[in-house]
Design a protein around this ligand. Structure first.
Ligand code: AMP
Length: 113
């Protein structure tokens, strides 16, 4: 989608530090990390937010979740991690391309993204 920064990360026109990529998703380091390890996992398909998930695109989200354990392992998050998705204005979503924050590398209780 034009003017979507995460679509531009998908097509390579905006650089990112990727940790995982396949035909359906990309995972890359967040520019402003909120934890020692902070990666964003996104579908290549433009889905605006969790509020736009439906029967026809839910497979992209399932695919991301099927890969998160492998990504977390590659990041050394063997003691656990947090997965967060912010949705819409009240959810403080700032990039309108659905993404999952994967946060770890420290005890995160009491911290929110
Ligand atoms: P949210 O506020 O939940 O929409 O999260 C958006 C996240 O995207 C924030 O944590 C930003 O730091 C991150 N972000 C924005 N632009 C980039 C970028 N070009 N590369 C990596 N992370 C980004």
């Amino acid at each position: 989608m034009a003017d979507c920064i995460f679509c531009k990360i998908v097509d390579g026109s905006i650089p990112s530090k990727k940790v995982y990529e396949d035909e359906r998703m990309v995972a890359f380091y967040d520019l402003e990390p909120q934890a020692p390890v902070h990666v964003l996992a996104i579908p290549k398909l433009h889905i605006g937010s969790a509020d736009e998930v439906n029967e026809s695109n839910a497979g992209e989200i399932g695919h991301i979740f099927s890969k998160i354990p492998e990504i977390a392992k590659s990041l050394g998050l063997e003691n656990g991690y947090r997965i967060v998705t912010n949705c819409g204005q009240h959810g403080c979503q700032s990039v309108m391309h659905m993404h999952f924050h994967i946060l770890g590398g420290a005890q995160l209780c009491g911290r929110m993204v």
